[in-house]
Design a binder for this molecule. Structure first.
Ligand SMILES: [Zn+2]
Length: 289
């Protein structure tokens, strides 16, 4: 079911050339004034990992599968001020990942227990912050992978959405990619992939996979209802089987309710779920080297 240990991050795609220095500025410079010099922004949130070393594949500077320190996974694409303003978004992603961790542990334990499970456990995630985190990751990865993206760049206004200054067009945003009855895969993999519609000029969507194969599907140009995606040979249609906004996932073992749930707030600004915040102490990333 769920196995702790080796974790993997991968960026799908060809083999781009890493070149953070050449064009270099902060991608949020049009949003508000920069400050503090360059930061070492992790292009995928550092706090998603508990191990110092992870297996990575498909990275521009490490296209082959390799063991890397999590502190290698940074680029100088944000200034310190913008990086620190965006840290609340990293927290939302960490909370999401931690909730999945804890629910996986409990699912495994409760599946083995005979008899009725009495105590419900529920974690609540701020969907809007998670959505902005996903868009921030799009910005980071588009800079990291720019040599393979050709002339395409994310639209300028996307940075403003990341920092909460603008909203996405109607119908765009984050959705959970799932099908009724689908089994979520075990594993501790984090994955990012851009998607382009047939005939499209450039990426119009992205897919981010968190623990246990939880896939989020993200659009910023085209309404979710208008896109389809093939993942591992399975077709997903925004309109029919991606849930948006995703509100509640009840974990079951066949027909048996394990009384475990993951919920999303879309109304925001919501207060952090104290049960989720508590998990940050339980699952700690190693200190920076
Ligand atoms: Zn900046």
């Amino acid at each position: 079911m769920f196995s702790a240990g080796e974790e993997r991050s991968s960026q799908s795609g060809q083999e781009p050339v890493f070149g953070s220095g050449r064009r270099g500025g902060c991608w949020a410079t049009g949003v508000s004034p920069c400050g503090g010099g360059r930061s070492h922004e992790h292009f995928i949130t550092r706090g998603l990992w508990l191990e110092r070393t992870i297996t990575v594949t498909g990275l521009p500077f490490s296209p082959q599968t390799a063991e890397r320190s999590i502190d290698d996974l940074s680029s100088r694409s944000l200034c310190r001020d913008h990086n620190s303003q965006a840290s609340v978004l990293d927290d939302a992603a960490i909370d999401m990942n931690n909730a999945l961790r804890r629910l996986s542990e409990l699912q495994e334990a409760r599946t083995r227990v005979r008899g009725r499970i009495i105590q419900p456990v529920q974690f609540r995630i701020d969907g809007r912050l998670l959505e902005r985190w996903a868009l921030k990751t799009v910005m980071n990865i588009s800079i990291l992978n720019r040599s393979q993206l050709g002339s395409w760049r994310p639209p300028g206004w996307l940075a403003e959405v990341v920092f909460g200054r603008k909203s996405l067009p109607a119908g765009c945003g984050i959705a959970l990619v799932t099908k009724v009855g689908e089994n979520h895969q075990p594993g501790d993999q984090v994955d990012f992939a851009f998607g382009t519609r047939q005939g499209g000029a450039g990426p119009e969507m992205a897919m981010i996979t968190l623990r246990r194969g939880f896939r989020f599907f993200l659009t910023w140009d085209v309404p979710i209802a208008k896109v389809a995606m093939t993942v591992d040979g399975e077709e997903y249609f925004g309109a029919s089987n991606a849930l948006m906004p995703f509100r509640r996932w009840n974990i079951t073992d066949g027909a048996r309710d394990l009384r475990l749930a993951l919920c999303f707030d879309w109304e925001g600004p919501s207060r952090r779920d104290p049960n989720v915040v508590r998990l940050r102490k339980k699952y700690k990333s190693p200190p920076r080297s």
